[in-house]
Design a protein around this ligand. Structure first.
Ligand SMILES: [Zn+2]
Length: 123
């Protein structure tokens, strides 16, 4: 499936190229989603090495084809060491409520801390 994405498009121009590019983006988006869901499953099962590898492949695929990684999966990437982190294995998730309530995600590989504020609904 991944090989299908990497065909060259040197001679194709115009409308046809646009159509092929959108098809390529569609295929790679689906590939990325399936890769990441599989990576998380493997990570939870205990295969952290395999999960990290799958995460790297998904990231590379997104970079080549210009497809952004889905918003939900952005929390599973460490900003500093750029690797996939698995909740309960290489990632610690906590809720804090001093000042404003926020979620704290800590990477156990490099110690990077990411804070995500929780928007309170106005009543
Ligand atoms: Zn990290």
């Amino acid at each position: 499936m991944i090989l299908l994405v990497q065909f060259t498009m040197t001679r194709i121009r115009g409308r046809k190229k646009k159509r092929i590019l959108s098809l390529r983006a569609y295929i790679s988006r689906r590939n990325i989603e399936s890769l990441l869901s599989q990576a998380l499953k493997e990570g939870i099962r205990g295969n952290i090495c395999l999960a990290e590898e799958l995460g790297q492949i998904a990231r590379k695929l997104g970079k080549i084809t210009g497809v952004k990684i889905p918003k939900i999966y952005k929390y599973f990437y460490c900003k500093q060491c750029k690797s996939l982190i698995i909740p309960g294995k290489t990632m610690v998730v906590r809720l804090r409520t001093n000042r404003t309530s926020h979620i704290v995600i800590r990477c156990l590989k490099c110690g990077y801390i990411k804070r995500i504020p929780i928007k309170s609904r106005g009543r």
